[in-house]
Design a protein around this ligand. Structure first.
Ligand code: MG
Length: 194
């Protein structure tokens, strides 16, 4: 019997992502939302935590993000179990600073939200906030590997943070008193009058 399964729906991807995050350092949606909230509340003091939470949840249903989380969590686990052969085992196990592919993977997730997403990822990566800091320091202990996961978690926070900024700006645009939603029929009527 062929038990191969390649395609997962959004609900399954969210569930499997939450399980993978939990299994690798006990990461929760709240942990990631907190970073997005802290980053955006600097610019929008009235930003709601709920919006940050929902943004993280939404990003955890994306197929690209699903592949990233599933890949990163398994690579870290295998490195922890010393299952790799060759140079890559020690490079991953000891989180070699010049490795760089962990940041490449993080940037790929952040890129879903453009240049601002990548800039926000850079901030989180350099300043090691919240759960990213925790994963990074835990990963330095012998027998614990978070080489890829700290960057993936940081990049999800950056993507969520950028989505929050976009929603806040959409809301601000709607509040503009001159705002008038363009209607195709009005447009056509206007042209007829001319
Ligand atoms: Mg890393």
């Amino acid at each position: 019997m062929d038990s191969k399964k390649l395609a997962y729906n959004r609900e399954e991807m969210l569930k499997l992502n939450l399980e993978a995050l939990k299994s690798r350092g006990g990461v929760t949606i709240d942990d990631i939302a907190e970073i997005a909230y802290r980053q955006q509340s600097k610019y929008y003091p009235d930003v709601s935590y709920q919006l940050c939470y929902e943004s993280v949840e939404k990003i955890l249903t994306f197929r690209d993000v699903f592949h990233h989380i599933q890949f990163a969590s398994e690579v870290d686990r295998l490195a922890e179990e010393k299952a790799f052969k060759g140079p890559i085992q020690d490079i991953l196990y000891y989180d070699y600073g010049l490795f760089g592919l962990d940041e490449v993977l993080g940037l790929d997730v952040a890129r879903l939200y453009g240049a601002i997403g990548q800039t926000n990822f850079g901030d989180i990566d350099v300043n090691k906030r919240g759960i990213v800091d925790k994963l990074n320091s835990e990963g330095k202990k012998d027998g614990v590997v978070h080489t890829l996961m700290d960057d993936i978690v940081g990049s999800i926070a950056a993507a969520a943070s950028t989505r929050v900024a976009q929603v806040m700006n959409e809301d601000a645009a709607m509040e503009n008193p001159g705002y008038h939603k363009v209607n195709l029929f009005e447009e056509l009527e206007g042209k007829k009058d001319k």
